[in-house]
Ligand binder design. Structure first.
Ligand code: NAD
Length: 456
């Protein structure tokens, strides 16, 4: 829903008939998968990202007493584009990848959401992430709808020239549904400022120089100061808001990071600047631990120069499965979805989880952790810093004007603090955990916008 224009010629993915599972069925499916041993500690849960987001959407829709017809309107995506991306790789063969752009809801503004390059990308994952973006932009109060994109390529194994071919080809195939006032992509897992630069350039060949077509661009190409660090910085703003309520002070706070990419490494460096101590960290290559502290900046430099995390001097390599069991005050998942599940949630020894990643915690794990008294700051609010700063980048691009980094970070802080305070006030008022409160706030704002526009 949400746009009144005629849909351009795009291929629909499926028939929009997504699995309609009740929360109980979702949990049963997850328990079955986990009991069958399909989900081992340290691995992703078998429950899909789509089931996770649907579970939380349904709880909120129930509480809001949203009628069934409106639930369909606000759950189903407005438009799904599926494309074939044939690319000749260095082995001389043509490899065919699948690319998706899914626009979930545009009632509050142009669609907005990242593009992920990962072999696990499929239509359901993109649907889930697109829906999450709709609620996230609403919770943050930035004037965007929700979308997501992805290509199922093994980005980690590809050369830069191959990634460039995929990025350009993907843009060629989806540009008809994009535009600075229609849909504005950004980076996500395995995509970065360079990928955004290629995509902007490709779009420019057809439409003329259009920096506002993507955000998360390099500074040299009208990117925004502060954007690269924004998602991690936003997580730290969440910590600063929540810490006093849990009696935590930065100098006494230890933390663990799962996934040391853009979000994880920036969150770690900024937590460290505050005075907190990182005691364990992992990425796709392994995990390390040092109770005396791991230098977040030195580790980032080491990895960016090609070092393997487990070779980082002064730390002990541990089994990735054991990362979650390292005692700490704050655990920051910043890798993929479904990493905290029924098979490992019980082992966690933290007081607070700040979800840098999208959908890192399955519904059953969420329940286990809540019973243990762990304070969870949910993805839909915690990692909104990226899209908030993307909004700033878009505003700067439209004005052809640049703000300095301090201004960007201050504005980011204002938005993140406001989101935290509004959601936590709603949680207190309705006696709900933050995640449920955030979904309520997000869905209400989208429904209100749709009503005022006259869509429903
Ligand atoms: P990235 O590609 O920069 O980093 C991902 C990191 O996760 C890498 O260090 C990778 O090695 C690691 N990883 C992959 N599999 C792992 C595993 N099994 N165990 C431990 N680590 C593993 O991606 P990113 O942009 O930092 O995104 C990370 C998460 O944050 C994703 O869930 C993404 O959707 C979410 N997110 C990103 C942004 C953003 O602005 N980049 C914004 C909001 C949410």
């Amino acid at each position: 829903m949400a746009e009144t224009e005629t849909a351009p010629e795009t291929e629909a993915v499926g028939e929009g008939e997504h699995d309609e599972k009740s929360p109980q069925e979702v949990e049963e499916a997850q328990r079955d998968a986990e009991k069958k041993g399909d989900t081992k500690p340290g691995q992703r849960a078998e429950v899909s990202n789509l089931d996770i987001v649907k579970h939380y959407f349904d709880i909120a829709a129930e509480k809001l007493e949203l009628p069934d017809d409106l639930r369909t309107v606000f759950w189903e995506p407005y438009r799904e584009v599926s494309v074939q991306i044939p690319v000749k790789l260095a082995d001389g063969k043509v490899h065919v990848f699948s690319g998706y752009r899914i626009q979930h809801n545009g009632a509050r503004g142009p669609y907005k959401g990242g593009i992920r390059f990962h072999p696990d990308v499929d239509v359901d994952e993109v649907r889930a992430l697109a829906s999450l973006m709709t609620w996230k932009t609403a919770v943050a109060g930035v004037p965007f709808g929700g979308a997501k994109g992805g290509v199922n390529c093994p980005a980690g194994e590809l050369e830069q020239s191959e990634l460039q071919k995929i990025s350009r080809s993907f843009m060629d195939k989806i540009e008809k549904v994009l535009g600075p006032t229609r849909d504005i992509p950004a980076p996500d897992v395995n995509t970065n400022a360079q990928v955004m630069a290629w995509m902007m350039d490709e779009y420019g060949k057809l439409h003329g120089h259009t920096p506002a077509i993507v955000t998360g661009k390099p500074i040299a190409l009208e990117g925004s100061y502060g954007r690269e660090a924004a998602t991690g910085r936003g997580c730290v703003y969440m910590f600063r808001e929540a810490a006093p309520h849990l009696g935590m002070t930065p100098s006494d706070t230890t933390f663990v990071v799962q996934g040391y990419g853009n979000v994880g490494s920036w969150a770690a460096r900024i937590m460290q600047q505050l005075g907190c101590k990182m005691v364990a960290v992992s990425d796709a290559n392994g995990a390390i631990r040092n109770d005396e502290g791991i230098d977040a900046s030195a580790l980032q430099e080491f990895i960016s120069e090609g070092g393997k995390i487990t070779d980082f001097e002064g730390s002990e390599a541990i089994e990735p499965d054991d990362l979650l069991a390292v005692p700490c005050d704050v655990f920051i998942p910043a890798a993929l979805g479904g990493m905290i599940h029924e098979g490992n949630a019980d082992r966690m020894e933290c007081r607070m989880i700040i979800e840098g990643a999208n959908s890192p915690t399955t519904p059953v794990a969420d329940e286990i952790l809540s019973e243990k008294g762990v304070y969870i700051i949910p993805d839909v609010m915690a990692n909104a810093g990226g899209v908030v700063c993307s909004y700033f980048e878009w505003v700067q691009n439209l004005q052809h004007f640049r703000w300095d980094e301090r201004e960007v970070n201050d504005k980011l802080g204002n938005v993140m603090r406001r989101a935290y305070r509004e959601v936590s006030a709603r949680g207190k008022q309705d006696k709900l955990p933050l995640r449920q409160a955030a979904y309520l706030v997000g869905i209400e704002r989208v429904v209100e916008a749709a009503r005022i526009r006259g869509y429903i």
